[in-house]
Design a protein around this ligand. Structure first.
Ligand code: ADP
Length: 542
């Protein structure tokens, strides 16, 4: 017997329509590339999104067409999210930190018809115009007064909106239609596309709202430092309007001082981003001797949050939620809130749990398997490749059968490429990426575990552990450190600290000191670049 309930499609446009009706005054505040701070509300935004939808139609954009963006976090980018998906087209966000080759590859692969770009990126596009399709239309996201001089035929965003009507009759799309497209950063090989549907996007925003209720509620102000060009800023542009939370968009300046000033000025309660960003903010917090006023919650993901970072925030009374996910998962897979029974636990016990990658959110199933694909127990000990399944996880890569076949297992689960264990309470612990694991004499060493301990050393600002080839052991760990200001880290001293947690054979064989660590397009330490840079480094007993 079937249930007798209506079936209405889950559509992206409905999120903003709902917010405009129920939370009309919740704000979107943006630091603009024009240099000022701009304020609007969900109600006003819906009206501009209506105009933009008409303008897109005017550019000849129809159902299923791909429309690209190359832009920082700001209200115009947010408007594009809703207008493009709303008319049934696909919003393809491009990471500006990709190489020109990768950028032209994905514009071609996606088949983008129009590219919307911030003024900041006009010089970049001028440089690579020859690599892009001839018929790609370019729209600069500013008003007439701020249009840059250029030899390229550039359209102006505000002119385009012009006097189009504010209301738009949003079509009843199929909820399985594609709404947005995001390519992985492609640290190895060409970037691969995750093509999200309206349904997966709406479900993901509800899942995120349900899992992070402290930040996502009416009256709270959230700062997505995580870019709109990286996995839909972890779903915040959808989850915030859904719950009535306000958004504060930081624009291009993401250094500690700029973030501190913005957070304090805008009374940001919750801020979301990768660990490298929080390192900058913590630097400013130390300099100021206090946290920004009103700051109470930070969501850290994208790479492992070092325990020392979690402790630094928690010691100031700022709640840390350590989350894990990936582009292919929309991206959130876990949330690191403490189990209720731990409310009265000591700081160290809480820290140990917060350093793990959290428990799965509803709708995202996890399994860990051995090399033969057999399931491993969730006992906190067994570690294997992590596979995921759910409504917000890709069923394949866009236009890439080869990568799809590699990623999916026979039962239809997606292989994350992470090695993990899961404890009896359901907490995930990411041990490493399979490609970053150090395989020494048939055993493996987790680079993440080593880094976590080294990061807590007072003489270390940041670090990475990479595998170097070794004639006897296959691979051995090399520690790469960036010293804390005015400090000279001592390798023997660091090894003594590490010995408290690791067996002797797991300790790094050598240490090199560098000024800074290379980052990927998504702000994570690029171990690939480090492995290349130190390929000729000879370990002491190699
Ligand atoms: P890319 O960086 O390749 O663009 P993603 O941003 O999708 O791709 O990165 C996903 C990967 O980032 C995960 O597979 C995992 O290895 C790593 N990651 C994300 N969050 C965490 C976390 N909290 N702890 C450890 N690793 C993480």
């Amino acid at each position: 017997m079937k249930g007798m309930m209506m079936h209405r499609p889950l559509l992206i446009a409905d999120i903003l329509t709902y917010a405009a009706e129920v939370y009309p005054d919740a704000e979107i505040v943006s630091v603009r590339t024009e240099g000022d701070v701009h304020r609007t509300t969900y109600a006003q935004t819906l009206r501009r999104v209506g105009k933009l939808a008409h303008a897109l139609k005017g550019l000849g954009i129809g159902t299923g067409d791909r429309v690209a963006t190359l832009a920082w976090n700001g209200y115009r980018h947010f408007e594009l999210y809703y207008a493009i998906s709303g008319i049934g087209a696909v919003c393809h966000t491009i990471n500006p930190r990709l190489s020109p080759e990768q950028m032209s590859y994905i514009v071609g692969h996606a088949g983008d018809r129009v590219l919307f770009l911030d003024t900041t990126f006009v010089p970049l596009i001028e440089k690579i115009r020859g690599l892009l399709p001839d018929d790609l239309q370019l729209v600069v996201m500013t008003d007439r007064a701020h249009m840059p001089e250029s030899g390229l035929p550039l359209l102006c965003y505000e002119d385009l909106l012009g006097d189009h009507p504010e209301s738009y009759d949003w079509p009843d799309l199929d909820e399985n239609d594609a709404g947005s497209l995001c390519y992985t950063s492609g640290t190895t090989g060409n970037p691969k596309g995750a093509l999200y549907s309206h349904r997966s996007t709406v479900l993901h925003s509800m899942m995120v709202a349900l899992s992070l209720p402290a930040a996502l509620q009416e009256g709270k102000r959230i700062l997505p430092v995580v870019p709109l060009f990286h996995v839909n800023a972890w779903g915040l542009p959808y989850a915030a309007p859904l719950t009535g939370a306000s958004l504060v968009f930081p624009g291009p300046a993401l250094d500690g001082d700029s973030l501190f000033k913005l957070m304090e000025g805008e009374q940001v309660f919750s801020a979301w981003g990768v660990p490298t960003v929080w390192q900058g903010l913590l630097g400013t917090i130390r300099k100021e001797g206090r946290a920004p006023n009103g700051f109470g919650d930070v969501v850290i993901g994208g790479s492992a949050a070092p325990s020392s970072m979690i402790r630094a925030f928690e010691d100031m009374g700022i709640n840390v939620c350590h989350a894990w996910g990936m582009t292919e998962m929309s991206p959130v897979g876990t949330q690191g809130n403490l189990p209720a029974r731990m409310a009265g636990a000591g700081a160290d016990a809480k820290l140990a749990v917060k350093s793990k990658q959290g428990r799965r959110i509803f709708g995202c199933e996890l399994k860990i398997v051995d090399d033969a694909g057999n399931r491993l127990p969730h006992d906190g000990e067994a570690a294997g490749e992590l596979f995921v399944r759910g409504n917000t996880i890709i069923s394949g890569y866009f236009g890439n059968d080869e990568a799809t076949q590699k990623a999916m297992d026979a039962e239809g689960w997606f292989g994350t490429g992470d090695v993990a264990s899961i404890d009896r309470d359901g907490f995930l612990v990411i041990r490493d990426r399979t490609k970053d694991l150090i395989k020494s004499g048939g055993e493996w060493i987790s680079s993440l575990d080593l880094e976590n301990v080294v990061m807590a050393h007072p003489d270390v600002a940041s670090c990475a552990v990479i595998a170097l080839p070794h004639p006897k052991w296959d691979e051995r760990p090399l520690l790469v450190v960036v010293p804390a200001e005015g400090k000279t880290p001592d390798f023997e001293d660091i090894k003594t600290k590490l010995s408290e947690h690791f067996a002797k054979w797991q300790l790094p064989d050598d240490m090199v000191v560098v000024e800074d660590l290379p980052l990927t397009a998504t702000g994570k330490v690029s171990k690939l670049t480090l492995r290349e840079r130190f390929a000729d480094h000879v370990l002491p007993d190699a």
